[in-house]
Design a protein around this ligand. Structure first.
Ligand code: NAD
Length: 251
């Protein structure tokens, strides 16, 4: 696909790194005007080719300001990718502090809710856009020692379906789907497995053991799926789940 998003405006959260960055760059390559939003302005500054917006997804005032800016500067919004997310260090549920639980929920769940709440009116005004929420394989098949993350990603998965039904009933033309990456090599793993020298080897060993395709996913492979959901090629899909996990969910 090239030029499939010509004339469209897309907002991607968590766009300074990993899957969000790969998505922002891919959508821009397909002709979209991309607003790359992240809480980390220094990370965004490494990509001057994107329109950059410092935004904390868990802060409602930031979303209200972002909606006004999209209307004024870009004339609206056609694609929203709610991608920003965080993890906690692996630990049994009895060890999870309430403050950590709430911090995770604020980003992973409140962030998706607030983005949807404040951007859906713009998508509707554009006459039918695409809203894509990045959940995880953990929202389908949870792992031990990651209960908070699984709960947050399960919430995103069902929230997506509920909003898809609202949009379909309203006949607003907005499609709402979730994406479920498996093991993808991005900096998010820095919080789980200490960085180099052993990190890549540990991750690759995990993938060799748990993923039927036998390897880690690349952020660009997830971005390709998000591009498909953003484009008219997926026009008959709403409330659906795009699982991009090398077969992990069934393996
Ligand atoms: P990453 O750590 O590389 O990127 C996450 C980005 O989100 C960072 O740039 C960070 O600054 C930003 N961010 C964090 N908190 C934010 C906030 N409050 N407001 C705005 N931005 C914020 O991680 P990634 O692997 O690219 O993860 C992207 C999404 O994919 C997440 O939702 C994650 O849960 C999901 N996911 C990742 C994997 C994987 O294996 N990498 C697997 C399944 C799901």
């Amino acid at each position: 696909m090239t030029g499939t998003l010509e004339g469209r405006v897309a907002l991607v959260t968590g766009a300074a790194s990993g899957i969000g960055l790969a998505t922002a760059l891919r959508l821009a390559r397909e002709g979209a005007t991309v607003v790359a939003a992240d809480i980390d302005p220094a990370g965004l500054d490494r990509h001057p080719e994107l329109h950059r917006l410092t935004l904390d997804v868990s802060n409602e005032a930031h979303w209200i300001a972002a909606a006004a800016q999209l209307r004024d500067r870009f004339g609206g919004l056609d694609v929203l990718v709610n991608n920003a997310g965080i993890v906690l260090a692996p630990q049994p549920v009895t060890a999870v502090g309430l403050d950590d639980w709430q911090r995770l929920m604020r980003v992973n769940v409140d962030g998706v809710f607030l983005g949807t709440k404040h951007m859906l009116p713009l998508l509707r005004e554009s006459g039918g856009g695409s809203l894509i929420n990045v959940s995880s394989i953990a929202g389908i098949r949870p792992s031990a020692n990651a209960a908070a993350y699984a709960a947050s990603k399960g919430a995103v998965r069902l929230f997506t379906k509920a909003v898809a039904l609202e949009c379909a009933a309203a006949g607003d033309g907005v499609r709402v789907n979730s994406v479920h990456p498996g093991l993808v090599e991005t900096p998010i793993w820095d919080d789980l497995i200490p960085p180099a020298p052993g990190r890549k080897t540990t991750l690759e060993a995990l993938a060799a053991r748990d993923v039927p395709l036998g390897r880690l996913g690349r952020a660009e492979e997830i971005a390709a799926g998000i591009l498909w959901l953003a484009s008219d090629a997926s026009s008959y899909m709403t409330g659906g789940e795009l699982v991009l996990d090398g077969g992990r969910a069934i393996g």
